[in-house]
Design a protein around this ligand. Structure first.
Ligand code: PLP
Length: 405
């Protein structure tokens, strides 16, 4: 008889974005003339960099000629892209990561979700709360037990290490700069997690999808800046928010050769070898033209163009931070990340604040509680919108002060 992976039945229905869409549609139906401004979107809005577009065109033309046509590529990704990543994202910062430790993918979501295929079902998991939901859902699909480390105003959004008498989690997800709070960990704070992982034989799954937004000097760009991390951490990166690839799809995972797990028979197994084996079975590579496009992000023009788009978004973030701060609101994030984490006024929960901003300022946000219980009482704003919209949204919020006081 056919059976199910019943763990899928334990997934929480993800109502967040459907709920938002519902409320927005209801409002728009009764207020057809109102122009809503959407500051909840997690997608980018600026077009791809010209250098990326040119590389795409060139690669498409190569595919048109028999002598330069490419079919299946290497499952781990083309050498030209892996070398560009190793040189620019790691060696340029003095970080040791080899091109052969880099696995090109079709975006970070796939690998953050799939990576635990190669790990036992009985591993326990720790995620921060609030959290990017993929970590929770993909482990729920395996039936793993998941613990939450709250990130709140009280702990400065720095998750506490598990207490000494608690069983150590075997898998620890850290996402910095963080989605949704927009906050970061300092080198010192990250070192504590690496030390913890090393002393408890835990594995850190480090998602740095927003690395390109880091502006502060004391914020690590990669977990491999931290001594010991090469033995206990896997890192996920993406071209999505770095270079507007949310539609093109390209990212990469770093699995250092030192990360090993002992099998039940006592054999030391390199995770990189198992991951390569998994990928060569279940993944047939990112399109050649997309990898050429990603390579162009590292060309001198590409770097400058991508930087300028990131600056555009971060200027949006600054405008929103300053405007809200001027209204007396304490805003978190938005300095090293394109997300602002904004506390609701006294007497409002996340949805209450969301509703007031929708009805009074005609601005759509994301209720923080949708990312986990510790997100209650917050909304998330993203800086990925158009400049005019960010400015106007702040003017509208300032005009309806009752919505924020
Ligand atoms: N990781 C985090 C923290 C994200 O916020 C996102 C996208 O929003 C991703 C990973 C996935 O990005 P992609 O699959 O587009 O590379």
């Amino acid at each position: 008889m056919l059976t199910l992976n019943e763990n899928f039945l334990h997934l929480q229905a993800n109502y967040l974005f459907a709920d938002i869409a519902h409320r927005v549609a209801d409002f728009q139906q009764t207020h057809p003339d109102v122009r809503l401004i959407r500051l909840g979107i997690g997608d980018v809005t600026r077009p791809l960099a010209p250098a990326v577009i040119e590389a795409l065109h060139r690669a498409v033309d190569e595919q048109a000629r028999a002598e330069s046509f490419r079919g299946y590529g290497p499952e781990q990704g083309y050498q030209f892209l892996r070398e560009a990543i190793a040189a620019n994202d790691y060696h340029a910062r003095g970080i040791e990561v080899g091109a052969d430790e880099i696995f090109i993918n079709d975006g970070a979501k796939s690998d953050t979700g799939n990576f635990t295929d190669i790990l036992g079902r009985d591993n326990t998991v720790l995620v921060t709360d609030p959290v990017y939901p993929v970590y929770v859902d993909s482990n729920t699909m395996f039936g793993r037990s998941i613990g939450f480390a709250p990130c709140t105003v009280d702990n400065g959004f720095v998750p506490s290490l598990p207490s000494v008498d608690a069983p150590a989690p075997s898998l620890i997800y850290l996402c910095y700069p963080n989605n949704p709070t927009g906050t970061t960990l300092s080198t010192c704070e990250l070192q504590r997690w690496v030390d913890y992982a090393l002393s408890h034989s835990s594995l850190i799954l480090y998602d740095s999808a927003y690395e390109a937004y880091i502006a502060s000097a004391d914020v690590p760009h990669s977990i491999y800046e931290i001594p010991g991390a090469r033995r206990c951490a896997v890192e996920f990166r993406s071209f999505s928010k770095t270079a507007g690839f949310t539609g093109l799809r390209c990212g990469y995972t770093v699995v250092p050769s030192e990360v090993e797990v002992v099998s039940s028979t006592g054999r030391r197994v390199r995770l990189a070898d198992l991951w390569r084996r998994r990928q060569s079975t279940k993944f047939n590579g990112t399109p050649y033209i997309v990898q050429r496009a990603a390579e162009a992000v590292y060309s001198p023009e590409g770097r400058e163009q991508v930087r300028s788009t990131i600056s555009y978004y971060m200027e949006n973030a600054r405008i929103m931070r300053d405007a809200l701060t001027a209204l007396g609101i304490k805003v978190y994030g938005g300095k090293d990340a394109p997300y602002l984490w904004v506390p609701a006024p006294e007497g409002y929960d996340s949805w209450g604040f969301f509703n007031r901003l929708l009805h009074e300022a005609h601005v759509v946000t994301t209720p923080g509680v949708g990312f986990g219980p510790s997100g209650e009482g917050f909304i998330r704003l993203t800086a990925f919108g158009r400049r005019e919209d960010c400015t106007e949204a702040m003017e509208r919020i300032a005009r309806c002060k009752t919505a924020v006081r």
